[in-house]
Every structure is written in structure tokens, then in C-alpha cells.
Design a protein around this ligand. Structure first.
Ligand code: ASP
Length: 571
């Protein structure tokens, strides 16, 4: 028998009981003839007292031991530990397995580098922090499955090995041994299959599903990631938003005891205008203010020639009084190589300091100070240039300042829906349109009139869920008529032949009474990471890839030997 109890279980009421425990050695304190040892398992930590006379070899950290002993009351109690009022007086010890010296300390604030922890991920998982995260992930998955099942959704698995298409992100391809020169691709998302399920009459579907995209990995993006993928029949945009807002509120309420407010809905264009991004963080203010009219009215030289002049006001910005310390906020911004901005700081004595730009002087500063109705201590940042660049730059400045001034309350969550996203964006390098969401997204009825001739004016029935500046979910109402689907393919530059070979199975399915349908997919790694307020999604994935897309523990990706390459007809 390995254990009568686990290491987190024994309490004062168990004093006097004879027990057997198994656990890894967390800590050893040596008092000469006695050892005080903390042993740890999945459930917790228990202190044991061991007489040196019972030992034949010396022990080390992470040795796995089994002990027989009696539960006794602890003299110096540790109320931080569930088992802190008792300890075990050991009568027998077996060493189940020894351990090499550790590459890093198995404690919450470990000294292990990421590389070291990833190479020995099994040891990293022994740390409370990672274990806790995996348990949390499991709880959230369970809650999702229960909630959606209760609401009439069924979980259906869809294929992972599918076809490569040139749409969307890059896919991983898999050579087929049985079909010479042919390849599968790993699914980037179950998009078409979930739509086919709706055509198949399944009313509500979900799947917790691995998706694969051969893109550059980042600290918030993995090449292999988990989505919660959902689809519903006979719904419009509002039905989907109402249901999934309720769903997200349910998760936050049950996991974090946080009651989220109603999610605001902002059009894509307004988000870009007000925050310079389609994933705004609305936990702090600083909405953009467009200054073109003012610049024209006051005939402010140089700026008058710019396509857009846009600014933000940071109220009561007390800590920045000197030229140097205002400029120091911008160190990260400088890397962007875009100098098209300036700042004006209104000082308590009603004078101001401002960026060193030839076209700014005191008069111009007072025009802006007055326009923004600034009070002493306020700081203005103004960017200018082509619309897209000016907005993007001010968005970066806005975030940088919020970070520097600690304006971001990490404990609050402010979700919002971004709606009315354009159907297409023009891709200069390929000289053609690209879907902003994906090619199966329905245009808005009122914009159908532009679909043939002015596709860039068409807004789509797609929506993104953004929380605290991160896109957590995105989805749309889908096209369910073949004719419209074909127009979209045509705009995307697909030839008749390409449509035929890549998508005919799907457009054909649309012609058998396909129902109206729509859905959404959430990035689950990101969602969990966000809920737990962490900075790195790798902390919530048992065996993540690093930021370079590698798993350095199993050393993948790796080369194949010549025989294997030949078998796959790759040589
Ligand atoms: N399949 C889409 C994605 O992966 C989500 C959706 O439209 O439901 O982004």
C-alpha cells in the first residue's frame, strides 16, 4: 500500500492515528539525530519527523518516499498550511525513488529560467503555480461543457487532417504515405465543418478543439492552441451576442465571483476612431479627439497639411514635469520609428513645456491647451500624418502611458463587442481583397447593394469580443446562399477552378436547404490567461511550445532521416 491518506489531508482530529503517506521531499531540516521533512504530493504538504537511525542512505530534495508513522500534534503550528497543526512521527521509511540534483527550485517564485523549466516541464508542473493553473483550466473546461450542454449544445469532433487552402493563416501540411505526392493540412479551425453540421440539421454545436496555425508564435499566441468553437442555427447577430455575453458573464461569475457589466457594443469604425485599434482597452479613458477642424480654423502651419491630427489628454498627470522624464515614457515608442507626434505639458504655474518640434511654439500650445479644456498638470499627446499611421501611433502611446502611470487596474475586466467590421480589406501586396474575418461571413443586408461593385463599402455581420485590450473571441453570421458565397470567392481572387477544387463540396451543401446560422470561437488559452491575470499563456498549457514554436523538451520540430523522407516521397 502506498498511502492511507494524501499529504494534504490530515488534521488535528487524526492525532493518534497510524498512517502511511507517500510524497516528494520538498524540504529537509537537519537537527542532528532528527530530521524535519516536508513531503508533498498533488494534494498538499505534510511535515514528518524522522529519526536518523531509520535511514541507511542520505535523502535529497524530490526523493520520493513512503513513510509509516503516527499523527502527533505539532508544537510550533503553521497556520498557513492545511496540515499545519499536526506532523507524523515516522516509524518506517522506504525510498520509492531517488532524484538527481534539481535544475531549479520547485517553489512558486522559482529561480528556473524559462528554458530550464521548459526542458524539465514535468518538474515545473510539480510547482504549485502550474498545477493550480492546470486545475483551473480543467474547471473552466468542465464549466463550459456543462453550461453549453444544459443550453442544448452538443459537442461534436471534426477532422484535424483536412485540405490546405490558400485562405486565412498558413497551415501545417502533412505528407501522405499512402497517396504519393499528396498532402493533408492540419485544421486551422473547424469553420466549414461546423457550418456543415448546421446544414446537417444539428441545431447547436460546440467543441473544445486544438487548432494549428503555422504563424510566428508570441507570448500570447501558440502555433497549436485551443479554441472553444460554437455554432447555432436560426440565429441573427443579436441572438449570438446576447447568448455569449451571458455565457462569458457566467464563467466570470462562477470562477472569479466577478459580476461583469453589460458589454458595450462599438462599431469597428468607432473603435478605430476613438482608440486607434479594433481591440481597445477601455479600462481607462483617454479617448481620441480629432483636431483637423481646429488646425484648419487656426491655420496651424505644417499640421494643416496632414491627413489626420489626433490627440489625447491625460488628466492630472502629476509625476511628469521635466522634458526628460516625459520623453522617457516614449522610449518604447521610439522603436516604432515614427516621430510624428508631440506633447504639451501644462504646468501648475500655468506655463507649459512641450516637445522640441520646429512647428510648435507657445501660441500653438495654448490653442491646444484651451481646446482640450486642460487644467494644470494635464498632459496632451498629439499625433499626425496618414490616418492609419497617426491612429496607430497614438494607440501605442495611449497604452504606454497607461502602463507608465499605472492607470490600468489589473483586477477589473471590461469586455466589449466590436461590430460592423468591414467585409474586406484591400491587400496591397497581392493586389486583391482579403476577408477581414473569413470568407464565410455574411455581408450586412443593407450593404448588399455595394457587394458587386464597391465591396470595400460592405460591412459584415461579424463581431469580436475584446476584453481588456485582448481579442478573446470572434465570429459571424454566415453566408447560407451559394450565390453570395460565390461572389465573395470571386472578390477574393479565387478562380472558378480554385472554387471548384477547394470549396465545391461546401457550396454544393449550401444548395440543399442550408439554414441561416452563425457562431463564434473563443481562444481558450487566452481567456483563461486573462481571467487569471497572467502575462504568459504558456503558464496555462501543460506542454506549450516556446515563443519560437519549439518544444525544447521533446526537441520538436526535428529532422527526418532519409528512409522516412523516401517513404513519404519527399526525397
Ligand atoms: N472560425 C473562426 C476563427 O477561427 C471563428 C468563427 O467565425 O466562428 O476565427
Amino acid at each position: 500500500m502506498y498511502r492511507t491518506h494524501n499529504c494534504g489531508e490530515l488534521r488535528k482530529k487524526d492525532i493518534g492515528e497510524k498512517v502511511i503517506l507517500s510524497g516528494w521531499i520538498q524540504n529537509i531540516r537537519n537537527f542532528g539525530s532528527l530530521f524535519f521533512i516536508d513531503i508533498r504530493d498533488y494534494f498538499g504538504i505534510t511535515q514528518i519527523i524522522l529519526s536518523k537511525s531509520l535511514l541507511t542512505i542520505s535523502l535529497g530534495k524530490e526523493f520520493l518516499i513512503r513513510i509509516n508513522g503516527e499523527v502527533i500534534e505539532r508544537l510550533s503550528k503553521n497556520y498557513n498550511l492545511n496540515t499545519g497543526e499536526i506532523e507524523i512521527k515516522v516509524s518506517k521509511i522506504d525510498i520509492l525513488n531517488s532524484s538527481l540534483p534539481l535544475p531549479f527550485s520547485i517553489i512558486d517564485k522559482t529561480d528556473g529560467s524559462e528554458e530550464n523549466r521548459m526542458t524539465h516541464r514535468y518538474l515545473d508542473i510539480r510547482r504549485n503555480l502550474i498545477k493550480k493553473n492546470l486545475i483551473m483550466r480543467h474547471k473552466i473546461f468542465l464549466m463550459i461543457r456543462n453550461f453549453l450542454s444544459m443550453k442544448g449544445f452538443i459537442e461534436v469532433e471534426t477532422p484535424v487532417l483536412i485540405n490546405h487552402t490558400s485562405e486565412g493563416a498558413r497551415s501545417f501540411v502533412v505528407p501522405s504515405r499512402n497517396h504519393v505526392g499528396k498532402f493533408y493540412a492540419l485544421s486551422q479551425s473547424p469553420q466549414l465543418f461546423k457550418q456543415l453540421l448546421m446544414i446537417g440539421g444539428i441545431d447547436k454545436y460546440f467543441q473544445i478543439v486544438k487548432c494549428f496555425r503555422d504563424e510566428d508564435a508570441r507570448s500570447d499566441r501558440q502555433i497549436e492552441f485551443t479554441q472553444l468553437d460554437c455554432e447555432m442555427s436560426f440565429v441573427n447577430e443579436n441572438d449570438v451576442l446576447i447568448f455569449f455575453e451571458y455565457f462569458i458573464k457566467h464563467i466570470f461569475n462562477n470562477i472569479k465571483n466577478i459580476k461583469l457589466d453589460t458589454f458595450p457594443k462599438i462599431s469597428y469604425f468607432d473603435a478605430i476612431k476613438m482608440y486607434g485599434t479594433d481591440s481597445p482597452d477601455i479600462r481607462f479613458g483617454m479617448k481620441f479627439c480629432e483636431l483637423n477642424d481646429l488646425v484648419h480654423k487656426k491655420e496651424i502651419n505644417y499640421l494643416i497639411k496632414q491627413e489626420l491630427i489626433v490627440g489625447i489628454k491625460i488628466k492630472k498627470c502629476k509625476c511628469f514635469y521635466t522634458y526628460d522624464n516625459i520623453n522617457s515614457i516614449l522610449d518604447n515608442i521610439k522603436k516604432l520609428n515614427n516621430e510624428n507626434f508631440f506633447w504639451i505639458k501644462y504646468l501648475p504655474d500655468k506655463t507649459f513645456i512641450y516637445s522640441n518640434k520646429s512647428f510648435i511654439n507657445k501660441e500653438i500650445c495654448s490653442i491646444f491647451i484651451e481646446y482640450f479644456q486642460s487644467n494644470p498638470d494635464d498632459l496632451l499627446f498629439i499625433s499626425y500624418g496618414e490616418k492609419k499611421d497617426a491612429r496607430n501611433l497614438l494607440h501605442k502611446i495611449r497604452l504606454e502611458i497607461a502602463n507608465c502611470l499605472n492607470l490600468i487596474n489589473k483586477k477589473i475586466f471590461k469586455p466589449l463587442w466590436i461590430k460592423d467590421i468591414p467585409l474586406f480589406e484591400w491587400e496591397e501586396k497581392n493586389n486583391r481583397y482579403k476577408s477581414m474575418h473569413h470568407p464565410f461571413t455574411s455581408p450586412k443586408e443593407e450593404d448588399l447593394q455595394y457587394l458587386e461593385n464597391n465591396p470595400e463599402n460592405v460591412r459584415s455581420k461579424s463581431y469580436d469580443l475584446v476584453i481588456n485590450g485582448t481579442e478573446i473571441g470572434s465570429g459571424s453570421i454566415r453566408i447560407y446562399k451559394k450565390k453570395i458565397q460565390n461572389i465573395i470567392f470571386k472578390h477574393l481572387g479565387l478562380s472558378k477552378k480554385e472554387i471548384e477544387s477547394n470549396f465545391s463540396f461546401f457550396t454544393k451543401a449550401l444548395t440543399y436547404g442550408a439554414p441561416p446560422h452563425g457562431g463564434i470561437a473563443f481562444g481558450l488559452d487566452r481567456l483563461i490567461n486573462l481571467i487569471e491575470g497572467d502575462e504568459d499563456i504558456k503558464n496555462f498549457i501543460a506542454f506549450p511550445k516556446n515563443n519560437d514554436g519549439k518544444d525544447i523538451m521533446i526537441n520538436t520540430p526535428s529532422s527526418l532521416d532519409m528512409d522516412k523522407l523516401k517513404e513519404l516521397y519527399l526525397r
